[in-house]
Design a protein. Structure first.
Length: 253
């Protein structure tokens, strides 16, 4: 059974069809990329999986669980974490405190801690240690105490990645992680994503316009246009598909 299954998902915003019968599946351990022109519906799908948007029809299952039956705040508990196109960090907090927000997301909060008799300070120390472990893995330990504000953009992108990893996800969803990065940083990011997948036993769902990175690290590519899937396969297969060449790759995006 696939880890994530998207079946016949549709989303409408008034008269605008954002997703139209979208369906695909991701196997555990895969790096799967969603590609397509701007407006194809890629981030809309991320928001459906995250329960930020309610689809008009279709189903989404994760490890056999019906995600559409869950509330948004319950998604992190299933083992799903994501990053956003636009940075969602808290500027005034330190880097480590931003990452601890992700660590908190995988706990059940004060109620569970209280029920188990875990002192707040003990729990906070454990979460901070987890956050520092992730920061160290991403080479961010030297800036752990620095406020997020004022740091270079590439560093901020890695901090957001660290925050998602601190939730210890089974599925990591990355929404345009290479956006705004230099060519050198994109290359480093690609290697980092593969390394994190291997080290943490992740499955990765990636939305990205940087085709060199997509084709270099993905085992599975789903191509979208106008809310529909137009191709689904290995990078080699989709790169030869005439519909993909016309809709996306041939457009120089």
């Amino acid at each position: 059974m696939a880890l994530l299954e998207v079946d016949d998902v549709g989303v409408r915003f008034g008269g605008v069809v954002a997703l139209d019968g979208l369906g695909f599946a991701i196997e555990e351990g895969e790096i799967c990329a969603l590609i397509g022109p701007n407006g194809a519906g890629k981030t809309t799908l991320f928001n459906v999986i995250s329960r930020l948007y309610e689809p008009s029809h279709g189903s989404v299952t994760f490890a056999g669980e019906d995600l559409l039956a869950l509330a948004p705040h319950e998604i992190a508990g299933t083992g799903i974490a994501r990053t956003f196109q636009n940075l969602a960090l808290v500027p005034g907090l330190s880097v480590v405190d931003n990452v601890m927000i992700g660590a908190h997301a995988r706990t059940s909060g004060g109620f569970l801690a209280g029920a188990l008799g875990i002192p707040v300070r003990t729990r906070e120390r454990a979460l901070r240690a987890d956050a520092m472990e992730v920061l160290d893995r991403l080479g961010l330990a030297p800036v752990a105490a620095h406020p997020a504000v004022g740091l270079p953009y590439g560093t901020l992108k890695r901090i957001e990645l660290a925050r998602a990893l601190a939730a210890r996800p089974r599925l990591l969803m990355l929404d345009e992680p290479a956006s705004g990065l230099t060519h050198e940083e994109v290359g480093e990011l690609g290697a980092t994503v593969v390394g994190l997948r291997d080290d943490f036993g992740l499955t990765v769902l990636l939305v990205e316009h940087h085709m060199g990175m997509v084709m270099g690290i993905s085992e599975h590519v789903v191509v979208m246009e106008f809310g529909q899937k137009i191709a689904d396969g290995t990078p080699e297969e989709v790169s030869r598909d005439p519909k993909v060449i016309q809709a996306y790759l041939g457009g120089g995006a």
